[in-house]
Design a protein around this ligand. Structure first.
Ligand SMILES: Cc1cc2nc3c(=O)[nH]c(=O)nc-3n(C[C@H](O)[C@H](O)[C@H](O)COP(=O)(O)OP(=O)(O)OC[C@H]3O[C@@H](n4cnc5c(N)ncnc54)[C@H](O)[C@@H]3O)c2cc1C
Length: 469
């Protein structure tokens, strides 16, 4: 059936809302809006939900496509886990970090580790500790946003610590120059990581879900469906239809899917900003330009499936910049290998500009280059213990926010009436992760509900009762 923008909606009494994207952001939004009695359809172009946080089926089990941890301080995530009834599958584990420097592995977790960290001298270790304390005491995100990260780190930690500790950490996330990167980037990360510890002396606690991050995605989808949310897989949105109805920047009237136009009162996009820009030819040029100029990094992230443990660390940071990957993330030092078929999972990520040639490399090219360096780092690891090398890529992952450009962050309510955006660009100065994305989803849901206050909802109380678990 071909529907036109002014075809009647199936249920004229309640506003109909479309959410584009079935990742954790889209599902958390759908859940919060459906709890308030709103009529929601979620469109996901992939053949399964989860987006960046989805899984790969491997040898009869599900493994996270990209490494995903939930921190013990991630309250929005843990609330969703409880509400959707999977809290009994959440496990807390003390994790460890390390550094690979000059061919050796060093622990990097407790004040004792910092105090004994051989690549730094006594004075440098003291300054490193100062930087961590400073980050906890600093509360002014605007002040952090206005200074280059390198200036801030060198001023507090000194050049030596910067070269040995901070530069490798920055290299792990930024493909090229960091001159434009504000101090917020390390500041937010330090605050997030320290929040997983009670006091600086205690251990870092992280969590994982049995069945991977997808356990939450699946539970959220089930809770949404119980609330009447219509979830459509394998359905790519081709265009958000915008009519010039006298509203200053036009009004959303529906979605174009293939040769159909399905009418909606409101559309919320959870897509990365440049992807949304390409779906709104009817929006004012200024809106499309604002979305198109949001910058991101992509990631090339092979997953090694091993028969034996590689290191004792969840994350091993690498100071040697001749190695193409920037960390060794061994998630089975967090996840009990029994929950992933007895395999040991090691991710070897490299963050890259979306137009980097490396993102176009074949799997064989990536394997040859990555394994050359893997063998150099771990010469004693037996080849026979390597079961598989699975290459994963994503073009838009981590938003880049150049210094002093917060005014360029797109607002949740775009100028086009009925069009909303809820994506990782808007979580700044937080980083892109499940916690910040689901917190943003709650904020977006509140704004949409405020705007639709005049339009009747279904029976929210009944809907809430239905989902009580
Ligand atoms: C290597 C890596 C490590 C990470 N580690 C962690 C971690 O440890 N902890 C953590 O909390 N987070 C982590 N993250 C971040 C986390 O994955 C993201 O914050 C989260 O998945 C973002 O969810 P989202 O819904 O905003 O976006 P996405 O997951 O990108 O969802 C967007 C969805 O939209 C769909 N879509 C695109 N175009 C269309 C279209 N035209 N029509 C319909 N659908 C469309 C896509 O298929 C996708 O499913 C990591 C990410 C990566 C890449």
């Amino acid at each position: 059936m071909v529907l036109s923008p002014d075809s009647p909606t199936p249920d004229q009494e309640t506003a109909s809302i479309a959410i584009i994207g079935g990742g954790i952001g889209g599902l958390a939004l759908a859940y919060r809006l459906a709890q308030a009695g709103r009529r929601i359809t979620v469109y996901e172009r992939g053949d399964r939900l989860g987006g960046l946080a989805t899984f790969l089926p491997y040898d009869g089990v599900r493994v996270d496509r990209f490494y995903h941890t939930i921190l013990s301080s991630d309250m929005s995530m843990q609330t969703l886990i409880r509400e959707t009834g999977v809290a009994d599958r959440l496990h807390f584990t003390a994790t460890r970090q390390g550094f690979y420097d000059g061919g050796k592995l060093y622990p990097f977790n407790t004040p004792v580790d910092f105090a004994l960290f051989p690549p730094l001298n006594f004075f440098q270790r003291f300054r490193l500790g100062l930087q961590i304390i400073y980050a906890q005491l600093e509360r002014d995100a605007d002040r952090m946003d206005r200074q280059p990260v390198e200036d801030w780190l060198v001023r507090v930690s000194g050049r030596g610590v910067y070269q040995k500790v901070w530069k490798p950490l920055l290299r792990a996330k930024f493909d090229s120059e960091t001159a434009d990167v504000p101090a917020t980037y390390i500041w937010s990360r330090l605050r997030r990581m320290m929040a997983t510890r009670q006091g600086v002396t205690s251990k870092e606690m992280m969590c994982y879900l049995e069945g991977g991050y997808y356990t939450l995605i699946e539970a959220l989808a089930a809770a949404c469906e119980r609330l009447g949310v219509d979830i459509r897989l394998r359905t790519a949105i081709d265009e958000i239809v915008i009519a010039d109805d006298g509203a200053p920047a036009g009004r959303v009237t529906g979605l174009k899917i293939g040769d159909q136009v399905v009418p909606y009162d409101a559309v919320i996009s959870t897509l990365q900003s440049p992807l949304l820009a390409s779906l709104i030819p009817g929006a004012p040029a200024a809106v499309r330009e604002l979305l198109s100029r949001q910058e991101y990094l992509g990631v090339l992230c092979p997953l090694l499936i091993l028969k034996e443990r590689l290191t004792p660390y969840y994350v091993l940071n690498i100071t040697d910049d001749s190695i193409p990957f920037t960390a060794v993330v061994e998630t089975t030092n967090l996840i009990d290998p029994e929950h992933v078929g007895g395999h040991h999972l090691v991710y070897l990520p490299k963050y890259l500009a979306p137009d980097s040639a490396l993102l176009g490399w074949s799997d064989d090219q990536v394997r040859a280059e990555w394994m050359k360096h893997f063998r150099r780092m771990f010469p004693a690891y037996e080849e026979a213990n390597i079961r598989d090398f699975l290459v994963q890529r994503a073009r838009y992952v981590e938003p880049l926010r150049p210094i002093g450009t917060t005014q360029d962050i797109p607002p949740i309510r775009l100028p086009v009436a009925g069009l909303y955006i809820s994506n990782s660009v808007q979580v700044y100065p937080d980083l892109n992760n499940g916690e910040s994305i689901t917190t943003l989803a709650s904020r977006t849901a509140a704004l949409v509900l405020e705007d639709l206050a005049g339009m009747p909802a279904r029976q929210p109380e009944r809907a809430r009762e239905e989902v009580a678990l």
